[in-house]
Design a binder for this molecule. Structure first.
Ligand code: NAP
Ligand code: G4F
Length: 332
């Protein structure tokens, strides 16, 4: 019998790569999708014939219970969230409701309908925030710096709590930043890659950014979804830090992206305080040794290769856009 998985956030970056991995492994995949007035399927259009879409929302318990009943899953991957940190100061209550309390709603739905299902929670290195130690590992205390980070800390601890309270197979993956050509346009890697390509092609003249000094541990999303799956294949549930163990600044990101196109980033990049945050996470760096040892997991794509892959994808998209095959690019 094929295993069944329910994926929330299936239309997002990680949902699309995870679904590809699960389909390769012959899972039957159900994806929870929130109602939308516009087409949300860009990332998973190529998968729509092979999966089942269930309409539901992390703010609506009844829909989650019905999603569990309809899919009867062996594994549940809770990837849905309001995931853009900067917006979490604009919509803090909604972020707390979906990104935080939404995890409890999912856990309650699993506990009610299929308590033996294995559960993955998408936790985040944003929980470390103002870091208490470097590099950050599973035992590093949390000090979140945004409403998003605070909501993720709640989601993390409620996952641990359901494991301890109800003996559920619930795991929390503390993932550091991971990127790809399917990343949302407002995140800094996609913003830099797409605007550098636009500048190269004469479609834009400058790139406005916020803090160029902050450092992130950036990896490739395709590698990270494998870690999610591995966590749910272990004998016992546990929490894992997932990252590359290497970090780079936003400035280095600009150097690599523009450099790949033969451009000097200093001529095009401007700073604008609109893109600064009320409280910044200055530096993140993972210690993924537990995942390397227990899950036998490691990243395969380097920082430079990742950024070059993203820039190449943007250049290809411009060619397709000019040929009328894809619509014009949204801009961050
Ligand atoms: P993403 O691209 O922003 O995807 C988020 C998904 O959640 C989208 O499918 C979105 O649907 C869905 N969603 C939002 N609100 C919802 C609601 N109320 N009900 C149901 N679905 C809802 O995020 P991602 O980069 O794939 O990340 C996946 C998860 O990992 C998120 O929880 C994120 O916070 C977490 N995470 C990400 C990173 C990273 O670097 N990427 C690192 C650590 C943790 P729409 O398409 O309709 O908006
Ligand atoms: O790309 P970012 O918006 O990602 P951020 O805030 O690190 O959050 C991402 O990673 C988290 C894991 O650590 C996830 F949990 C979360 O869901 C999300 O996927 O910003 C990265 C850095 C920040 O320091 C930001 O201040 O880039 C800096 N930055 C500088 N200029 C900018 C910009 N970020 C954005 N988005 N846009 C700018 O213009």
């Amino acid at each position: 019998m094929a295993k069944k998985a329910l994926v929330t956030g299936i239309t997002g970056q990680d949902g699309s790569y995870l679904t590809e991995l699960l389909l390769q492994k012959k899972y039957q995949v159900f994806g929870l999708v929130q109602r939308s007035a516009t087409d949300p399927f860009d990332n998973i259009r190529h998968l729509l014939d092979d999966i089942e879409i269930i309409v539901g929302d992390l703010s609506d318990s009844g829909s989650l219970i019905r999603a569990l009943q309809q899919s009867d899953p062996d594994e549940v991957y809770n990837l849905a969230a309001q995931s853009f940190v900067k917006s979490s100061w604009d919509i803090p209550e909604m972020t707390g409701d979906v990104t935080g309390l939404g995890v409890t709603r999912m856990l309650e739905a699993v506990r009610t309908v299929k308590p033996q299902a294995r559960f993955y929670q998408a936790s985040s290195s944003e929980m470390f925030g103002q870091v208490a130690q470097t590099p950050q590992r599973e035992t590093t205390p949390f000090h979140p710096r945004s409403p998003y980070g605070v909501a993720k800390v709640y989601g993390h601890w409620i996952t641990v709590n359901y494991r301890e309270s109800y003996d559920m197979f619930a795991c929390s993956g503390i993932l550091f930043n991971h990127e790809s050509p399917r990343r949302g346009y407002e995140f800094v890697t996609r913003k830099v890659a797409s605007t550098a390509a636009y500048i190269k092609e004469g479609l834009a003249s400058e790139l406005t950014l916020g803090n160029l000094d902050s450092k992130r541990d950036w990896g490739f999303a395709g590698d990270y979804v494998e870690a999610m799956w591995l966590m749910l294949q272990q004998d016992a549930p546990d929490d894992y830090v997932i990252g590359t163990g290497e970090n780079h600044s936003v400035q280095e990101l600009c150097e690599v992206a523009f450099g790949h196109l033969g451009l000097d980033w200093t001529k095009y990049v401007k700073q604008d305080k609109r893109f600064m945050r009320p409280a910044e996470v200055e530096v993140l760096l993972s210690d993924p040794s537990k995942a390397r040892k227990n899950l036998k997991w490691q990243t395969k794509v380097s920082f430079e290769k990742l950024i070059q892959m993203m820039v190449d994808a943007e250049m290809k998209r411009i060619v397709e856009m000019r040929a009328g095959e894809v619509p014009g690019l949204p801009r961050a």
